[in-house]
Design a protein around this ligand. Structure first.
Ligand SMILES: *Cc1c(COP(=O)(O)O)cnc(C)c1O
Ligand SMILES: [Zn+2]
Length: 440
């Protein structure tokens, strides 16, 4: 049994460069562009630090940028000349230190935006694209948020990385901490997929499995944040972490030649990614990087077994009532989503919807996506595609729309979910005769 007791690893104040090698001479030069933190609820300012709650009203803190300096610097050409990773959007991400050694890059981002004509035809849709975030270093979009949170942690002198996770975040934190030479503690529900537990422990992280739901894990980690000096990427580093999700939106726009889609369909767990992709498009428009002033529609995807945001949408309210999750889509199993209300506001403002699908439709959708487009997604991708199937059937997603579906995680991590549905077509003796009899 792994425990946190007796740990000697605490935070703050270490000279950054001591633990790191020499700076990469090819790293892009990124000037500091953050002026502080700001409360989303009351607007109160807070100093830059590993903190996520407003001291005035307990609202969520967000990064406050030096907007004028960024506007003066950023351009399509400057972005296009950048590295083939999410750091090409460095001007639009929270840079707390000019030292390139604060930026740990495992090759996250620059994932394909693939046309999906065969799936579109099956669903009766026109132009459908898949944002293939299965292709990140640890197989999920979480590498984006961890890259940014880790960079902030290094700049803030934090020495130990940690997280509360539904699985993918744990793996990503473990891998990034390993590459940075930092110790990591990842806290997960004990009923997680083997691939996600082993995939985290393999990097040398301490994996603490909690007998409880993700929401229990999150509550425990919030308490730990107060007593340990660690950087919990999705708790006290959340203002920085959340910004990393924006890079999905930046990439989609650049990959569509600086145009926006008409409709985005994406998964909702805490809602952070969903909200930030919407914010990314708005930011590109404000900066003049995208000319079209129209806002894409945003539709969210949940599993029926954990559908607090979809349920609020059905009831026509912004009030999200927490649920106890029970679904094979464990990466989305957050019963008390931090950004649920914000996600509903994005949906309402853009004419979107939030749907939910039962587990058997999730498995069928994983198969459909794999069979039509050669893309094997984890259960979260199944949730997105299964909801897209329903949206298409209901006419909520139109034939005339340019649609982007966000496929956020890799199917090899959730094999358990599909092994009962697919297997060998036949098991035979090694002879021509047996093959002919079995296959016909
Ligand atoms: C975490 C996760 C999500 C949802 O992220 P939120 O920002 O919490 O809504 C979606 N897909 C996968 C594969 C994830 O791991
Ligand atoms: Zn506040």
């Amino acid at each position: 049994m792994t425990t946190l007791a007796g740990s000697t690893l605490t935070a703050a104040g270490s000279p950054l460069t001591a633990a790191l090698g020499p700076a990469d001479p090819n790293a892009p030069h990124l000037p500091v562009n953050v002026v502080g933190l700001r409360c989303r609820a009351c607007g109160a300012a807070a100093p830059i630090g590993p903190t996520h709650v407003c001291g005035e009203c307990f609202g969520p803190l967000e990064v406050a940028y030096d907007d004028a300096a960024i506007a003066a610097r950023v351009s399509r050409a400057r972005i296009e000349a950048g590295p083939r990773s999410l750091w090409r959007y460095g001007d639009l991400l929270p840079i707390l230190s000019e030292d390139p050694a604060t930026r740990i890059d495992l090759g996250t981002g620059a994932t394909p935006l693939r046309p999906a004509p065969r799936l579109a035809a099956r669903l009766g849709l026109g132009e459908l694209w898949l944002k293939d975030d299965t292709r990140n270093p640890t197989g999920s979009f979480k590498d984006r948020v961890v890259t940014i949170a880790l960079s902030a942690a290094r700049a803030l002198g934090i020495e130990t990385l940690a997280c509360a996770s539904t699985g993918n975040l744990a793996t990503s934190v473990a891998a990034h901490a390993a590459a940075a030479g930092m110790p990591a503690y990842v806290v997960v529900p004990s009923d997680l997929e083997q691939a996600k537990i082993a995939g985290s422990a393999i990097h040398g992280a301490r994996v603490v499995a909690v007998d409880g739901s993700y929401d229990d894990v999150n509550r425990l980690c919030a308490e730990l944040t107060d007593v340990l000096g660690w950087g919990f990427v999705n708790i006290n580093l959340r203002p920085f972490y959340a910004e990393g999700s924006k890079t999905i939106g930046f990439e989609i726009a650049e990959q569509l030649a600086w145009e926006l889609p008409d409709h985005v369909v994406g998964p909702i767990a805490s809602g952070a990614m969903f909200v930030r992709v919407h914010e990314a498009f708005a930011q590109l428009q404000r900066l003049g990087l995208v000319d079209d002033p129209r806002t894409p529609r945003f539709s969210g995807a949940q599993a029926t077994g954990c559908s607090p945001v979809a349920t609020a949408f059905e009831r026509g309210t912004f009030e999200v009532v927490p649920q106890r999750p029970h679904t094979i889509a464990r990466s989305l199993a957050i019963g008390n989503p931090a950004d649920g209300e914000e996600a509903l506001r994005v949906v309402a403002a853009t004419g979107g919807a939030v749907g939910h699908v039962p587990d058997d439709e999730i498995v069928a959708a994983i198969q459909l996506l794999a069979e039509t487009e050669g893309l094997f997604a984890e259960t979260a991708g199944g949730v997105t595609i299964a909801n897209l199937v329903r949206f298409a059937r209901q006419g909520h997603v139109g034939r005339d729309e340019r649609v982007v579906a966000i496929i956020s995680g890799n199917g090899y991590k959730t094999l358990d979910a599909v092994v009962d549905a697919v297997g060998p077509s036949a098991t035979i003796a090694p002879s021509l005769d047996a093959f002919t009899r079995a296959v016909g």
